[in-house]
Design a protein around this ligand. Structure first.
Ligand code: HSE
Length: 412
């Protein structure tokens, strides 16, 4: 059996390296007589690469070669990846991808084509890099009704927040440091503004709850507005700030999905997930909380998940792996403002006593937080659980208090 790899970037080159390094055991585990790399598609030249005889620039060579039965897509982005993957599936080839944007935007359509063509469309590497999470949800935890799934799904922002928490540096300095180390891109928008984590929670929500979730339907906040003051207040509350992507079942036919900074209690398993590491907590009705932890990005961890999918695709050539989800449904994801949560709110108040009294009158008793060297007119409180929109609206309408920062408080 032959394999092709499209995109020789960080992940694609790791996939090729792993396919050669562990060739013997990979072939054995795939239950095939052979599993060999035939082509690498990339528009760039790699004259010094040990795999230089494998490179092609024309996608049609892969598409039209009947010997190639499994194609790895590690190009990223949507435009070319979507066009190529769709054509490959329609041509009856299995596809393995690490491309979270592709799965989050086009997953339902591509899974439907794969089903019709009786081929595999697998994407273990699209969430959590080297952390096994797609298969555990669809197989090992299959007996559970999953009530909630939440995680730290972006390594770059977790690195930045860890720096801010442990070294007391500003967001700007921590971002600069992450860029110097190569974690954050020159344009860090997708990571810092939460879009990368959003795509990943959309995929997990679809797997856990059975319907496609589009990133545009998910309220997404990043970490740009987190200040050292918020970090200190989180400490005084008894926890840390993490960028949490979460999806939760609401009644029988709705879910909530949000991405944003959140206060996490110190004793939570997510609180000690530091640096570029990721973790995913799955709350099953039979298992209770199960947590998956590991390297959520990087060349070889992500390649590990891709190659595992290649092995699985090779093992399931006659009968495809049966997993997927239904089409999206209007109003299935509730507006984040309807979701009940306790919230941390920081703002300014010229008369703190008057502001606290007014806040208590509007939304019930709140816990007042303190920190060292706070400006005299700063006030930070933690509310009881209420619909988020109600907390925001009511606190924005108090004349003695001007809220600056709203952060959700988790219960895991
Ligand atoms: N930029 C991503 C992260 C890489 O920092 O987690 C994996 O999607």
């Amino acid at each position: 059996m032959y394999v092709a790899v499209m995109g020789f970037g960080t992940v694609g080159s790791g996939v090729v390296e792993l396919l050669y390094k562990n060739h013997h055991s990979i072939v054995k585990k795939s239950m095939q007589d052979s599993l060999d790399l035939k082509y690498i598609l990339d528009i760039r030249d790699f004259p010094d690469s040990p795999y230089k005889d494998k490179f092609v620039k024309d996608f049609n060579i892969i598409l039209n070669d009947p010997e190639v039965q499994i194609v790895v897509e590690t190009m990223g982005g949507i435009t070319f990846a979507y066009d190529f993957v769709k054509k490959l599936l329609l041509a009856g080839k299995s596809v393995v991808t690490s491309n979270k944007e592709l799965v989050a935007e086009k997953g339902f359509e591509l899974l439907t084509i794969a089903k019709e063509k009786n081929v595999n469309f697998l994407f273990e590497a699209s969430v959590g890099g080297g952390i096994p999470i797609i298969r555990p949800i669809t197989q090992c935890l299959a007996a559970n009704e999953i009530d909630e799934i939440a995680g730290i799904l972006n390594g770059t922002t977790n690195y930045i927040l860890t720096k801010m928490i442990t070294e007391d540096v500003s967001f700007e300095d921590a971002l600069k440091n992450a860029q110097e180390l190569g974690y954050a891109e020159k344009d860090p928008t997708a990571d810092v503004d939460g879009h990368d984590a959003c795509r990943k929670i959309c995929i997990l929500a679809a797997l856990c709850f059975g319907k496609h979730v589009y990133p545009k339907d998910v309220h997404t906040e990043g970490i740009r507005n987190i200040s050292s003051a918020d970090v200190e207040y989180a400490k005084s509350w008894g926890g840390v700030i993490k960028l949490i992507a979460a999806a939760k079942k609401i009644g029988d036919d709705k879910i909530s999905v949000t991405v944003g900074p959140a206060f996490v209690q110190k004793r939570s398993q997510l609180a000690s997930v530091d640096d570029v590491f990721n973790a995913v907590l799955v709350r099953g009705d039979a298992t209770g909380d199960v947590v998956f932890y590991g390297r959520g990005a990087g060349k070889m961890p992500t390649a590990s998940a891709v190659v595992a999918d290649v092995i699985d695709a090779a093992k399931h050539t006659l009968k495809k792996k049966n997993f997927g989800w239904d089409d999206a449904q209007e109003n299935y994801v509730i507006n984040y403002r309807e979701q009940s949560a306790a919230m941390y709110v920081r703002g300014t108040a010229e008369n703190r006593e008057e502001a606290i009294k007014a806040i208590n009158e509007k939304i019930g008793a709140v816990r007042v937080l303190s920190r060292e060297n706070a400006p005299e007119n700063e006030l930070a409180v933690v509310t009881n659980p209420l619909p988020e929109g109600e907390i925001r609206d009511k606190l924005q309408n108090i004349s003695s208090f001007a809220p600056v920062s709203f952060i959700r408080i988790t219960n895991y």
